[in-house]
Design a protein around this ligand. Structure first.
Ligand SMILES: NC(=O)c1ccc[n+]([C@@H]2O[C@H](COP(=O)([O-])OP(=O)(O)OC[C@H]3O[C@@H](n4cnc5c(N)ncnc54)[C@H](OP(=O)(O)O)[C@@H]3O)[C@@H](O)[C@H]2O)c1
Length: 382
């Protein structure tokens, strides 16, 4: 080797500039366009938020889709896909007739709101489908105390006594999701069950104003409260990343339990806000308020995906997504989530009343923000 080239390599290695060539084959993270095996997919639900994105992706990958709903919810995202699927009507409460004597390869249970609903459909479908995917939630980890938020964590299965109404509501949801997971596993066994535990889902079609709040707030500009420490982490998942990954888990027959959370790195609250602001040109000034008592007293503990560091919520943004990453979960950049959510927010799918409400409706944080800032400043002077 020429002296100059060796010198260059030595210097580059010292600076860490020369890539280390790994002889093992590269695992492609980019999903293939179409799946080779065409699946017949049944979705219990399918017309609200997550469902339409699952349907759009499944059809795009060449699968066949049936949905089962009461026929009440009118889909507001991907309305074009519904003429291309089978729409079965019934009620998980008391009418599963349309599901009897049929065959599918896999079922996705999105609409589980009661443990009994999942028990009933799992028992009914056990010989009619190969895999049961239950859409659970990270709420199975409530209260979010301690450090381990991997899939191995013990689940909440009982509601303790002596709790507040608000705590009861959170417990009930967590227990319902945990016991529904158990019902799935009891009937289908671990080899034929797929459990996905999403964190807060965001993106086009969101029925909550949690993520739209931040877009509307930053678009408005001015002084913006950022609650909590600047280094606290934020977790969320783009509904399209979640929906698409769930379909791929089914294609791969990837039985198991997975946390479905993003992004793929610890994103701080500051990075999250600045990341959103990169899509806007409004003049803004951020005011970081890290006094948890002050935030709580002023009703500011739930501007999600922020979660104020009350002991029972401290770990809510720390769910461990390594298993999901290993199983092919990929993430769009925040800018894409912002762009798609913004396009949907200003489309006919969202009534003007909802847009007005976030800015100035009763209890709107934006209405109260200037007042809270004033209080914050005067409390700092004391
Ligand atoms: N949003 C979040 O941040 C978040 C976070 C973690 C987990 N999750 C979980 O993610 C799942 C996704 O929910 P999604 O609403 O987006 O799902 P979806 O599949 O888009 O819609 C829910 C469906 O349930 C149907 N449904 C409601 N009651 C029914 C009944 N009695 N019988 C039959 N069908 C019924 C609705 O249609 P009809 O009204 O026409 O019946 C609707 O199609 C839920 O299990 C939720 O707990 C959500």
């Amino acid at each position: 080797m020429k002296k100059s080239r060796r010198k260059f390599l030595e210097t580059s290695l010292a600076l860490g500039l020369v890539p280390i060539i790994d002889a093992s084959p590269l695992k492609s993270l980019a999903p293939t366009k179409e799946s080779t095996e065409k699946l017949k997919i049944l979705i219990l639900g399918g017309t609200s938020f997550l469902g339409p994105h699952q349907i759009a992706y499944a059809l795009d990958r060449g699968h066949e889709v049936s949905i089962f709903t009461r026929g009440k919810t009118i889909p507001k995202v991907h309305p074009e896909v519904f003429s291309r699927i089978e729409q079965l009507v019934g009620d998980r409460e008391d009418n599963l007739e349309a599901l009897k004597n049929r065959k599918w390869d896999v079922v996705i249970d999105n609409s589980g709101r009661k443990t009994k609903w999942t028990e009933d459909t799992a028992k009914l479908l056990v010989d009619q489908v190969d895999y049961y995917l239950y859409t659970s939630s990270i709420s199975v980890y409530y209260p979010f105390t301690g450090e381990d938020f991997s899939e191995k964590r013990t689940l909440v299965t009982e509601i303790p006594s002596g709790i507040t109404e608000e705590e009861r509501f959170t417990y009930e949801y967590g227990v319902m999701k945990a016991t529904s997971e158990m019902a799935t596993l009891d009937v289908f066994g671990p080899e034929r069950s797929i459990i996905v535990r999403p964190t807060l889902i965001v993106g086009p079609g969101d029925r909550t104003d949690r993520f739209p709040y931040w877009l509307a707030r930053i678009e408005l500009g001015g002084e913006i409260i950022i609650p909590g420490d600047r280094d606290e982490v934020v977790q969320y998942i783009d509904v399209r990343d979640l929906a698409e990954w769930m379909i791929r888990l089914l294609e791969n027959k990837a039985a198991g339990t997975y946390n479905g959370s993003g992004p793929g790195f610890p994103m701080t609250t500051n990075a999250f806000v600045h990341g959103i602001h990169a899509s806007y040109s409004s003049p803004v000034k951020y005011v970081q308020i890290d006094d948890v008592d002050f935030l709580r007293e002023n009703g500011l503990f739930a501007i999600q995906p922020w979660v104020i560091q009350l002991p029972e919520y401290a770990g809510m943004s720390k769910s461990d997504n390594q298993r999901a990453l290993d199983a092919g979960l990929t993430f769009r950049p925040l800018s894409e989530t912002v762009a798609a959510t913004r396009a949907w927010w200003y489309s006919e799918a969202v009534p003007q009343e909802r847009r007005d409400n976030i800015l100035a409706g009763e209890g709107s944080l934006m209405q109260r923000e200037a007042e809270i800032l004033k209080k914050w400043r005067s409390s700092r002077r004391d």
